[in-house]
Design a protein around this ligand. Structure first.
Ligand code: CA
Ligand code: CA
Ligand code: CA
Ligand code: CA
Ligand code: CU
Length: 440
């Protein structure tokens, strides 16, 4: 049976109640960012964060400011259920999540953030050595005005110096509805991390408060002089033969990549999500995730380049902004930043036809700097919730030289889970945790 719950006037009522309870919104929204001038500071390069000169002329380039909102919203799954209005959208899923409101005037953050939840959450992409000021404003749950849930941002796996900013409500602070807290991080380590809300973690993570946190290695910006490793193009090196960047400070260039892609494993239990909008969720032990996803999508939505997830229920906002296509030219090295934020399962990801070189695990390089002996080749990796792996696909083949017999032939390859019951979008049997790698 397909389940579809007709939504009622509840959201409108909810909104009115919520607005009434937190108005004036401006008083409780406070984006703290040293040097920031509202209306003057601007995200000129469009990467969703404010850095250095974007904030102000005197602000160092290592200072970053980000403003997220937390609340609820809706996404569409990849099974194309016809709803009563005849729209061919996937099963609508109620969710909790984050949205990026960086640069939005404080007076408008409540309006922009409400029902703005994105899945995955906006990617936070910063650099080793940065000073990051991350403000989180809890805009409340539009659909559940009876819930007064707090939210937090927890940088998973990240060596946070301060418990108060670690996002664990037990040892730090959580942010109540209508309030803002500014987290400060000295970004001391590079690697592939994740962030999520840590309030009632099993529930809020199942509901979708999951994002990627990538810290670019210092070597990408500075190179490594004693060994002649050039800075990456991401770090401003104009040399077209330089790599885009390095996964780690490897000191030997062995984690160089030319293109990089997120591969975020997650999954939803539709019964948990459906119940959450009306009553109470199931006992956590009963979670059964039948929507396995990569980057918040099931196949074939994974290879749809468009932003998805706009519906009347979320005010026609694209809530699923990250596709999962992996595209490279022959000769390029592809960095896959694989993370799992599943709350229920281990997942095995396999690629047929392209050897996977694992260079990092648990947000750490395998082996010390200048040591490639711990890297290994495999055709599958298995990750539990909270785990990360850096995998390089070298289209030049294992010999690292383009133009000979072991090169990866141009064509379409598949990245998919070998948990075969997860190659499905709930009751639709073909889809789920799969995407395509196109070498062209
Ligand atoms: Ca920017
Ligand atoms: Ca709860
Ligand atoms: Ca080769
Ligand atoms: Ca099953
Ligand atoms: Cu939360």
């Amino acid at each position: 049976m397909k389940r579809y719950k007709k939504l009622s006037i509840l959201p409108l009522l909810a909104g009115l109640i919520l607005l009434g309870s937190v108005t004036p919104g401006e008083a409780s929204v406070y984006f703290q960012c040293p040097g920031y001038v509202q209306g003057v500071s601007s995200d000129t390069n469009g990467d969703g964060i404010l850095r250095g000169a974007e904030i102000g002329a005197a602000v160092p380039e290592s200072q970053v400011c980000i403003h997220l909102s937390s609340g609820d919203g809706f996404v569409n799954m990849a099974d194309k259920v016809l709803d009563p209005d005849g729209n061919g959208q996937g099963h609508l899923q109620y969710m909790f999540g984050f949205a990026n409101v960086t640069g939005v005037p404080d007076s408008q953050v409540m309006n922009v953030g409400m029902l703005g939840a994105e899945f995955p959450a906006p990617t936070i992409n910063v650099r080793e050595g940065d000073d990051v000021y991350l403000s989180l404003t809890n805009v409340g749950m539009m659909m559940r005005p009876d819930l007064f849930d707090a939210h937090t941002v927890h940088w998973h796996g990240f060596p946070n110096a301060s418990a108060i900013f670690d996002g664990l409500p037990d040892s730090g602070v959580a942010i109540g509805m209508g309030s803002t807290l500014t987290y400060y991080y000295k970004v001391a380590e590079s690697g592939t991390f994740m962030y999520h809300c840590h309030v009632e973690a099993a529930e809020h993570m199942q509901m979708g408060m999951l994002g990627n946190l990538y810290v670019e290695a210092k070597q990408t910006y500075d190179g490594y002089a004693p060994n002649g490793i050039p800075a990456g193009r991401l770090g401003g090196n104009p040399d077209p033969s330089a790599p885009l960047g390095y996964a780690f400070n490897d000191q030997d260039g062995s984690t160089a990549y030319d293109v990089e892609f997120p591969v975020q494993i997650s999954s939803f239990d539709p019964v948990f999500h459906d119940n959450h909008i009306n009553v109470q969720p199931l006992p956590f032990a009963d979670m059964e995730d039948t929507y396995p996803m990569i980057n918040g999508r099931g196949y074939p939505d994974t290879i749809n380049p468009a932003e998805l997830g706009s519906s009347p229920e979320n005010g026609f906002r694209n809530a699923q902004k990250i596709d999962a296509r992996i595209i490279a030219a022959p000769g390029q090295r592809i960095l896959l930043r694989i993370t799992s934020l599943s709350t229920t399962s281990y997942h095995t990801l396999s690629i047929m036809g392209i050897p996977m070189k694992v260079v990092g695990n648990g947000s750490r390089k395998l082996g010390l700097a200048n040591d490639t002996s711990k890297y290994y080749y495999t055709n599958s990796v298995t990750l539990g919730g909270g785990e990360a792996m850096e995998v390089i696909l070298d289209t030049r083949g294992p010999d690292g030289i383009q133009g000979n017999a072991d090169d990866i032939a141009p064509g379409t390859y598949f990245l998919y889970t070998t948990n075969l019951d997860h190659l499905a979008n709930n009751e639709e049997d073909y889809g789920g945790m799969m995407t395509e790698i196109v070498i062209q």
